[in-house]
Design a protein. Structure first.
Length: 189
């Protein structure tokens, strides 16, 4: 029965990690495809483990019927410990994703090409994981030399003190990745 408990904990761990990977897609949009595939794999593994737990568990003896194991307190302690570990891992993953996004922004500000961007459309997702929202923009990019082009979906975290001032039609400086002109960071200053 303890093995079945671990199957259930593993299933929920996979599901939590899948959700964590989906959160990382927002924070690290450049890696969205790999994170989406990883998230789908975690959800699939969690689903399979939950099915195993559901269909194999009825064939196992009841935990409380086993001699000398006193199921309730030990079971609850193990659940609480496992839940704390899972929440710590999700928190660390979220912090890692945020740090990766900030490092990417810093790198673009140092080595990116400076361009002008015009905000064509703004969308703020309804649910936010942090107090500073991740906003989605449609932008027109004007490099110093060459033709202007559009970026249909650019996501960037914006400070709450700044985002009410961002309007459609406003023009800002930005830094574009020289290898991928659709990857950029807007300088709101």
């Amino acid at each position: 029965m303890a093995n079945m408990f671990m199957v259930r904990v593993s299933a929920y761990t996979c599901l939590v990690l899948g959700v964590g990977m989906l959160v990382l897609i927002i924070l690290v949009p450049a890696a969205w495809w790999g994170l989406l595939v990883g998230s789908a794999a975690m959800f699939a593994a969690g689903g399979v483990l939950l099915l195993v737990y559901r269909f194999v568990k009825p064939q196992m003896p009841d935990f409380n019927d086993l001699p000398g194991l006193g199921g309730d307190e030990a079971d609850m302690e193990e659940i609480l410990t496992s839940t704390d570990r899972m929440m710590n891992r999700v928190s660390k993953m979220s912090s890692l994703g945020s740090a990766m996004a900030k490092n990417r922004e810093k790198e673009l500000r140092q080595s990116g090409h400076k361009v002008s961007v015009e905000v064509l459309a703004i969308r703020t997702p309804k649910k936010q994981a942090s107090s500073d929202p991740v906003m989605e923009f449609r932008l027109r990019i004007q490099p110093p030399e060459g033709e202007a082009y559009e970026v249909k979906k650019h996501r960037q975290q914006v400070s709450q003190s700044i985002y009410p001032q961002i309007t459609v039609g406003a023009v800002y400086d930005a830094f574009v990745d020289p290898r991928d002109p659709k990857t950029l960071v807007i300088d709101w200053g």
